[in-house]
Write a protein that binds this ligand. Structure first.
Ligand code: KG4
Ligand code: ZN
Length: 346
């Protein structure tokens, strides 16, 4: 079974080929046009997808040494994401599926992130395990009872973790995407220089809230400005380190609470923010204390990519998927769904 994956839900144009469960190519065209805007500009994103999609898919075939005639299925992200961006990938995939006479599966982007820990090596965490998806658009805590059987444990009630990184970066005058910038700056700062709030939601102990933290950073920066004028680099580094520490504390404490409810042997993190080395280190420590193994993907599979979409589609095309309670939509009837949720069995 050879599967082509296509992913265009946000600002990365991606295609990947998986053959017999082995990843053969993974092409990503990132869009630099958004850097000067402090965030993704939806109209620019869909235009750039249109410019790149054909070349990206061609390259995915070339690199994999597979030909379109070998394809057994195409998997394409149909949500959640930006409507214009989703449409480009979905319509391209529909055209290719029609032309080649190959089945088309609509893959939930979040389902893709869940499979991202099973790309390299392919034998990553096996259910049951807990996954935290932390990206620019999502912060979702899931108990993976089995592949295709997902129990939603918690999610953010306001900003996503990556969004908080990006907003704090902007407050400190750093470019988009802010996560890697904050991580680098934090290395020069002292995490205990400032005590920022760590939200704990009494009624929803497995949910997250990062907007209070972001606002606390904003007020702190405004006060420092009033008192001292332009912030010295050391102050900015201290703010970055203290912010990152508070965010990581919220994550670690919430995972510890989730583990009490579901004492699994494996916990995985996924999504762009899972690139963060301090988060990986803090979660590894928690894993040692609670005796679970921590899984995180290589950075290239943390941020958006089509390898994870192809991997999910491969699963739904094989007999393994009989256990799944998720049935992906198929064929020309698939419509993009910007607000698509991960189907929870509870
Ligand atoms: O998964 P992703 O590529 O796209 C979404 O689906 O949102 O995640 C992008 C997010 C951005 O908010 C970016 O700032 C964040 O991931 N990010 C990081 C790091 N690298 C990327 N956040 C913290 N530390 C990093 N090293
Ligand atoms: Zn994503």
């Amino acid at each position: 079974m050879t599967v082509l994956g296509i992913e265009t839900s946000c600002d990365e144009t991606c295609a990947a080929v998986i053959e017999k469960g082995r990843l053969c190519s993974n092409i990503i065209a990132s869009q630099d046009v958004h850097i000067g805007y402090g965030g993704v500009v939806p109209e620019l994103a869909s235009r750039m997808h249109m410019e790149h999609i054909t070349t990206v898919v061609q390259k995915a075939f070339e690199r994999s040494r597979c030909t379109p005639s070998q394809l057994g299925a195409i998997g394409v992200t149909y949500g959640p994401g930006l409507i214009g961006s989703l449409l480009v990938g979905l319509n391209f995939a529909k055209g290719l599926s029609l032309q080649l006479g190959v089945p088309l599966l609509g893959i939930n982007h979040l389902d893709g992130h869940l499979f991202s820990n099973n790309l390299e090596p392919a034998n990553g965490p096996q259910p049951p395990f807990i996954t935290l998806i932390i990206s620019g658009g999502h912060t979702i805590l899931i108990h993976v009872r089995d592949w295709g059987q997902y129990e939603l444990l918690g999610e953010t009630q306001d900003d996503a973790a990556g969004e908080a990184f990006d907003k704090v970066a902007r407050i400190l005058g750093l470019p988009y995407p802010g996560g890697p910038q904050i991580e680098n700056l934090a290395k020069l700062g002292r995490a205990d220089a400032i005590k920022f709030p760590v939200a704990k939601l009494k009624d929803a102990p497995l949910d997250f809230s990062f907007s209070g933290l972001k606002t606390a950073v904003l007020y702190h920066v405004q006060k420092e400005h009033r008192d001292k004028g332009e912030l010295p680099q050391q102050s900015k580094a201290d703010i970055a380190a203290a912010f990152q520490y508070a965010l990581i504390t919220a994550i670690v404490e919430t995972i510890a609470r989730a583990y009490q409810q579901h004492p699994v042997t494996a916990v995985a993190i996924a999504g762009g923010v899972a690139c963060n080395k301090s988060i990986r280190a803090a979660m590894t420590e928690l894993g040692k204390a609670l005796e679970f193994s921590l899984f995180y993907p290589k950075p290239v599979y943390c941020t958006d990519n089509a390898a994870m979409i192809a991997r999910a589609a491969y699963f739904y095309m094989t007999a393994d998927s009989r256990r799944s309670r998720v049935a992906p939509p198929t064929g020309l009837a698939i419509t993009p769904d910007p607000g698509l949720k991960l189907p929870s069995i509870l």
